[in-house]
Write a protein that binds this ligand. Structure first.
Ligand code: NCD
Length: 322
């Protein structure tokens, strides 16, 4: 693996390898000294053109736990606000010797451009591009599912996952559908028709607008709630649903729907949450919620991704010590 741009870059063996390595990384994180020497002398640049809390800090923690040097770049307060382009920003950072570039950008496809236009020699990791993909989020979700529902060393065969909400604007949904399908899970998307992307019929999943039917008849092993992405809706002129109250009534996970779920069903959310809109406090804070755990698992998964991209590459270099 040279870059991680899409969940589709991983075949089943590749995805299982990331999850297995992430388990090994997680085991090292239970030790008193969490830092490993693996990426000493390597530089990871976090290039964030869009706001982020968990993804950026998670990549930073992952790189630091592997002893890489980390350069954090965020567009706010940088020359990007003076109009500098992705290309010039990338070339500047390349001159500082980036071995990996973790990029989040509001434009779908920006990480692909970075990887293929020759602006960096480093490995490119997509940390969320527009409404397109967010592969490491899908990996940490799969990791979380596997920990709860399957023994290690396997995929997610037959696991039923229902993903609910603003699919249209969600890079998390797209990457999850691709990766979960690769791992053998069965995915159902639930959304109002206005919040489904064009071409969703071709995705490897079922699609419905009836949440109650999906939950009661589908008996999912996990329900993944998506954030209502108000900032992207406003940018598009709004009008995606009649009111917040109506959205919550039809697509929110609240007390009644929570109580009707099978006992073992997990409640997931990538964060940040709109409490009271797509998910109630009861659901978010319930014993079956994995929301905080997902964040913690993100560090181990991103350690695995950086390790597989960078340490592997070094092993191929003649004379390079692993
Ligand atoms: C997601 C994102 O930024 O794509 N958040 C995250 O990475 N944990 C989902 C969202 O913003 O709703």
């Amino acid at each position: 693996m040279r870059h991680l741009l899409s969940a589709a870059d991983l075949d089943r063996a590749g995805a299982v390898e990331v999850l297995d390595v992430a388990e090994e990384m997680a085991a090292t994180q239970r030790r008193e000294i969490k830092k490993l020497p693996t990426l000493r002398g390597r530089t990871v640049v976090n290039l964030f053109f869009e706001d982020s809390t968990r993804t950026r800090t998670s990549f930073e923690a992952a790189a630091k736990r592997l002893s890489a040097d980390v350069i954090n770049f965020s567009a706010k307060g940088s020359s990007v606000s003076k109009g500098e382009s992705l290309k010039d920003t990338a070339l500047t950072l390349e001159a500082m010797g980036a071995d990996a570039v973790v990029v989040r950008h509001s434009a779908s496809g920006a990480p692909h451009r970075l990887a293929h236009a020759g602006w960096t020699r480093g490995a490119v990791v997509n940390a969320g591009d527009g409404t397109h993909e967010h592969p490491t989020q899908a990996l940490l979700d799969a990791y979380t599912l596997r920990r709860h529902l399957r023994a290690s060393g396997e995929g997610l065969d037959g696991v039923r996952v229902t993903i609910v909400g603003d699919v249209l604007h969600s890079r998390v949904a797209r990457s999850n559908v691709l990766l979960l399908h690769t791992l053998g899970a069965r995915v159902t998307l639930v959304a109002p028709p206005t919040l489904l992307p064009v071409g969703v019929e071709a995705w490897p999943c079922q699609v419905t607008s009836d949440l109650d039917a999906a939950l009661t008849l589908g008996e999912p092993d996990a329900v993944m709630m998506l954030r209502v992405q108000r900032e992207r809706m406003e940018a598009a002129g709004g009008g995606f649903f009649p009111s917040a109250r109506e959205y919550t009534r039809r697509y929110g996970l609240g007390r009644a729907r929570l109580a009707a779920l099978p006992d073992h069903t997990l409640v997931m959310h990538p964060g940040p949450m709109n409490r009271g809109l797509e998910i109630s406090a009861d659901a978010a804070d319930s014993a079956r919620s994995t929301i905080v755990e997902q964040v913690g698992n993100g560090v181990a998964v991103r350690m695995a991704v950086l390790y597989l991209l960078l340490a592997g590459e070094r092993a191929e270099t003649p004379g390079g010590a692993r």
